[in-house]
Design a protein around this ligand. Structure first.
Ligand code: UDP
Length: 212
C-alpha cells in the first residue's frame, strides 16, 4: 500500500542560509513561511547566519561564518552535512534560498510519495499468493524471512504498514523471486466453493472476536 497518514503531523525542517547582507531577506521570508509553509505540520526553520537572531518558537539560529562568493552557496551542503545530527531529527528537510517568499500555501503535495517496500504497481498481472501456507528449502525460506523482516522494519520506520501486512510483503518478494506455484487447494477458504480439491483448509472464523 502506498499511504501516508494525512493526519500525521510531521517534523519539517526548513534550511536557510543568510550571511553578509542577505540577512535583510530573513524577516519577510520567515513571515511568509509561517503563513504558507506546511501549515498542518510542525515546522522548524534553521537559519545559518553570521547575525544575531531573535529567540522565537520554531526558529533555530546556527552561527555560520560568511565565506566570499561562491563558497557561501557552493558549500551549503557541507554546512547541512556538518549539522546532520540535529537535522536528522526532522522527518523532512527542505532548503530555500533566503531571497524567496512563500505567497501561497505549500503543503503535503511536495512530500515524496512514501511507497511501501511491498509496493506492486496496479498494472501487475501475475498471481496473488495467499500467505497462509508457503515454504521451500530452508535456505530459501530463511533468506526470504530475513529480507521481509528488513523490509517491514524499513516500512515501520516510515510509518507504513502494507495493506495486507506480511502477505503484501510475501507477494512483493515472490514477484522478484519466482516460486513454484501451488494451487488454491493448499490454502482453501473453508466456506468457499472453488473448482479445486480441498487439501489444506483455511478455517472460517470471526476475525473481530478472535483478534480481540
Ligand atoms: N548567500 C548568503 N550570503 C551571501 C551570498 C549568498 O547567505 O553573501 C546565500 C543565500 O542563502 C542565497 C544563496 O546563498 O539565497 C544563493 O545566492 P543568490 O541568491 O545570490 O544566488 P542566485 O539564486 O541569485 O543565483
Amino acid at each position: 500500500m502506498s499511504s501516508r497518514d494525512k493526519f500525521n503531523i510531521m517534523k519539517i525542517g526548513l534550511l536557510i542560509i543568510a550571511t553578509n547582507k542577505y540577512d535583510v531577506f530573513i524577516p519577510p521570508l520567515l513571515k511568509s513561511v509561517k503563513k504558507h509553509f506546511m501549515k498542518n505540520h510542525e515546522v522548524t526553520t534553521f537559519v545559518f547566519t553570521d547575525k544575531e537572531m531573535p529567540n522565537k518558537k520554531g526558529l533555530v539560529s546556527l552561527p555560520h561564518i560568511h565565506e566570499p562568493w561562491p563558497n557561501v552557496t557552493l558549500k551549503r551542503y557541507h554546512v547541512f552535512d556538518k549539522h546532520k545530527k540535529e537535522l536528522s531529527e526532522m522527518d523532512y528537510l527542505y532548503y530555500c534560498d533566503v531571497d524567496m517568499l512563500f505567497v501561497s500555501d505549500v503543503g503535503d503535495e511536495i512530500l515524496p510519495d512514501k511507497n511501501s517496500t511491498a509496493y506492486v504497481p496496479n498494472e501487475y498481472k501475475g498471481c496473488y499468493f495467499a500467505g497462509g501456507f508457503n515454504g521451500g528449502t530452508s535456505k530459501a525460506f530463511l533468506n526470504m524471512s530475513r529480507e521481509i523482516k528488513d523490509r517491514v522494519n524499513k516500512d515501520l520506520e516510515n510509518n507504513i504498514i502494507a495493506i495486507w501486512h506480511d502477505e503484501s510483503q510475501l507477494n512483493r518478494y515472490l514477484i522478484d523471486n519466482q516460486p513454484k506455484v501451488l494451487s488454491p487447494s493448499y490454502c482453501y477458504p473453508e466456506s468457499w466453493d472453488l473448482p479445486f480439491e480441498k487439501k489444506i483448509l483455511a478455517l472460517d472464523k470471526n476475525h473481530k472476536e478472535i483478534r480481540g
